[in-house]
Design a protein around this ligand. Structure first.
Ligand code: SF4
Length: 419
């Protein structure tokens, strides 16, 4: 093996892969076999994130950064004057195994530029996963990128070797995609997503009848959207996201703040700050939608197209809906508790448990771990103490902001003001 050449390829292709944030490795139950290597079950795979939120726990590389497409937002686009490289299938297999043995990684995240054709690229990605599983008995985590436009048959095969598959929608709306990636069709993304969803359902159903049915993409599928490359509102982004969760059984939608890499006038100029705060607010909204029972239309709608960057989306919703508060923590259902600013999933459960034995007062709530400095404006409890609730929403917001310590408060990106 020419180690210098491999090292050079690794530098180029790992660097090109860093813009993809859809590499969470949770949710897989693949366990080791007697003669196997690696184990992606339970905590066998751990996440490691760089400061800006990028995952680094997997060997995260592109098979190649050659591409026949010219998507304006992508560093790998064919018109970009960059150094190109391509791994051979066996080189990726060898690298994965040797990094795994050295304990550098717990798995592989493999994506690729599209060379020759979507099918040709997908075939090579599958070859890597297949060799790892069948020839190396590798049971570590494998996340494969699904190439838009690849055939149904290849998508079916990919899921037999990968733990997770993902097609990155990248630009949240059809119009944005048309503007920045005119060669691509919206349907090219939807088709593989649909195929993966159907295969997962089918294999799960079969495994109930026939125990030996192989697992198909046991960690499900995910997608990624770039935030801030085009002028989509937060509402547009989150409505797209809700659509994918509902229609394609997505495990996760990832939001990646656009990193300016091009002088193309259609895109934010180089040097524009990455919208990290906006990215964070979108993740919070996603969380509220998936785990707190919020309908996305409650959080974002025609009157509220953008998220408030100063406060989190739940507090923002509560301030717009003061007529629903205060709520009595000793009486309301858990679903209502989850709507109170300062009360999270764990603390809602603790409240439900604790109030079986006594009526809760402020002291109890503080002991449970409720953030009473914001919750106190939205709840009542077993106490005569009255909080200031006759303030306007704007006053209340300022009061809460004064006493909160958000790590993002001084980090408002100028890119946010563009839209
Ligand atoms: S097809 Fe993928 S890799 Fe190629 S330019 Fe578009 S986004 Fe980049």
């Amino acid at each position: 093996m020419d180690f210098d050449r491999i090292k050079e390829k690794l530098n180029i292709l790992a660097d090109a892969a860093k813009y993809d944030v859809s590499c969470s490795s949770s949710g897989s139950k693949r366990t080791n076999t007697k003669k196997g290597l690696g184990d992606s079950s339970g905590m066998g795979i751990c996440h490691s994130y760089t400061q800006d939120g990028r995952c680094v726990s997997l060997l995260k590389i592109l098979l190649t950064n050659h591409c026949i497409f010219d998507c304006a937002y992508c560093v790998t686009r064919k018109s970009n004057d960059i150094k190109r490289a391509a791994f051979k299938v066996q080189e990726v297999v060898d690298l994965t195994i040797s990094f795994y043995r050295r304990n550098y990684i717990e798995g592989l995240f493999l994506s690729s530029g599209i060379f020759k054709s979507p099918d040709h690229t997908m075939e090579r990605l599958i070859s890597v996963a297949k060799k790892l599983r069948l020839e190396e008995n590798f049971n570590g985590y494998i996340h494969l990128k699904s190439i838009p436009g690849a055939s149904d048959e290849l998508m079916r095969e990919a899921g037999l070797y990968a733990d997770r598959l993902s097609v990155n929608i990248e630009i949240p709306t059809k119009s944005g995609l048309k503007l920045l990636a005119p060669d691509k069709k919206h349907e090219d993304f939807m088709k593989p997503m649909e195929k993966v969803k159907n295969e997962i359902i089918q294999y799960k159903a079969e495994s109930k009848l026939i125990k030996s049915t192989p697992k198909y993409a046991p960690a499900g599928q995910s997608t990624q959207m770039i935030v801030g490359a085009t002028g989509e509102s937060d509402r547009d982004i989150m409505y797209s996201s809700a659509f994918f969760y509902k229609n394609y059984n997505m495990k996760r939608v990832y939001y990646s703040g656009y990193v300016p890499i091009s002088t193309d006038p259609r895109l934010p100029a180089i040097g524009t700050q990455v919208p990290m705060l906006r990215e964070n607010r979108l993740y919070q909204t996603d969380w509220l939608m998936r785990f707190y029972g919020f309908d996305i239309r409650e959080l974002l709608n025609d009157q509220n197209m953008h998220l408030d960057m100063e406060i989190d989306p739940k507090l923002s919703w509560a301030l717009r809906n003061r007529h629903l508060f205060p709520m009595d923590v000793n009486r309301i259902e858990k679903q209502q508790l989850l709507r109170v600013p300062g009360i999270g999933l764990k603390s809602a459960n603790k409240i439900v448990q604790a109030r079986k034995f006594r009526k809760l007062n402020w002291e109890h709530l503080q002991k449970i771990g409720i953030s009473t400095n914001r919750a106190k404006y939205f709840i009542t409890c077993d106490s005569r103490e009255k909080e200031l609730r006759d303030l306007s929403s704007e006053h209340l917001k300022q009061l809460i902001l004064k006493t909160s310590h958000s790590k993002f408060r001084t980090d408002l990106s100028p890119q946010l003001s563009l839209f």
